[in-house]
Design a protein around this ligand. Structure first.
Ligand SMILES: CC(C)(COP(=O)(O)OP(=O)(O)OC[C@H]1O[C@@H](n2cnc3c(N)ncnc32)[C@H](O)[C@@H]1OP(=O)(O)O)[C@@H](O)C(=O)NCCC(=O)NCCS
Length: 289
């Protein structure tokens, strides 16, 4: 077996290998694409995709990659076709780590039924994180907004949105700041204002590949929950993504612990697509101050 960095000539073969593995929940790695054309297009868009491939003779038998964002490595794979999974996965992982230096940590997100992937990450010193559900709303299931839609964010709501975000997502690294920049065409922030006070917000974004809208953050002040504001925010964002931005579907990921939100998504036309489990390994010595 030989393991090498990916070469541009490998991209379509690698995309096909990933699509095949991702078609089966038992070998599926989430957030790495499902259709070969989309996976290939996403790889081609990157100037130097951080991927390694394994071959037996001339046959491609495995691939593993990583996207780096804010010094964290988001892993894709290991994808192994047929052969000895453990040996190929270990070889891919060693080669991949050599390509990337100075991260604060690694993360992976696998289908809950991908047991061989789970065993691999645990063996490599990762810890199992939370279970999360991926939901999707197709354009044909979009429901009407009852009552006034939520309104677009304006800078006078900034302090209110920040305060809500800190309370609702204290344990999450996701920032609300990029959504407050009104000039960004790929993102939108809506707020719900009650008696002059910002009591809820929803952050949405548009993705090219796969072409899909996404609901990134949603929160309503605890003092005014169960009045329908959450649903109105969610549907306002879904209408913006589907009707205004032409997205064929809208996706979102919700952690298991947020049971309130799951009920709301299901009643609002979203259907459960996948259940996944996160794995993470930290490097405390590289932590940013
Ligand atoms: C999830 C969240 C945004 C929901 O906000 P909300 O304003 O309470 O949402 P809604 O009022 O539209 O719906 C919540 C419930 O109230 C009920 N409800 C809505 N209007 C109602 C009314 N007029 N009278 C009584 N009940 C009502 C809904 O039926 C719904 O119940 P269900 O989920 O069991 O079906 C809010 O709980 C929250 O901020 N949670 C913390 C952050 C979070 O988890 N965000 C999602 C992360 S992915």
């Amino acid at each position: 077996m030989s393991v090498t960095p990916i070469h541009p000539a490998d991209l379509s073969d690698v995309a096909r290998l990933i699509a095949k593995q991702n078609a089966n929940p038992e070998t599926q790695c989430l957030y790495s694409g499902e259709r070969a054309e989309e996976i290939e297009a996403a790889l081609r868009k990157q100037t130097a995709p951080c991927y390694v491939v394994a071959r037996e003779g001339r046959t491609l038998i495995g691939a593993m990659g990583c996207e780096v964002e804010e010094e964290r490595g988001y892993l894709q794979g290991p994808f192994v076709d047929g052969a000895d999974f453990d040996a190929v996965a270990d070889a891919l992982w060693s080669a991949l780590q050599m390509q990337i230096a100075s991260l604060t940590g690694w993360e992976a997100f696998l289908h809950v039924r991908n047991e061989r992937g789970a065993a691999f990450y645990l063996r490599q010193g990762f810890r199992r994180g939370q279970t999360a559900q991926i939901y999707v709303l197709s354009a044909s299931a979009l429901q009407p907004i009852e009552g006034e839609p939520a309104r677009r964010f304006t800078p006078e709501c900034a302090a209110g949105v920040r305060a809500l975000h800190e309370l609702a997502f204290a344990d999450s690294p996701d920032s609300i700041e990029p959504f407050m920049n009104g000039d960004d065409e790929t993102r939108c922030l809506f707020v719900y204002v009650d008696k002059g006070r910002c009591v809820g917000y929803v952050a949405a974004s548009v993705n090219d590949n796969p072409r899909e809208g996404s609901i990134d953050l949603l929160a309503v002040d605890a003092s005014v929950r169960n009045r329908g504001y959450g649903r109105r925010l969610l549907l306002t964002a879904a209408h913006w993504l589907i009707r205004e931005r032409g997205m064929p579907q809208v996706g979102l990921t919700v952690r298991d612990m947020r049971a309130d939100a799951r009920g709301l998504y299901q009643r609002s036309g979203f259907r459960l697509l996948h259940t996944g489990v996160g794995y993470a390994r930290e490097f405390p010595t590289n932590k940013r101050r």
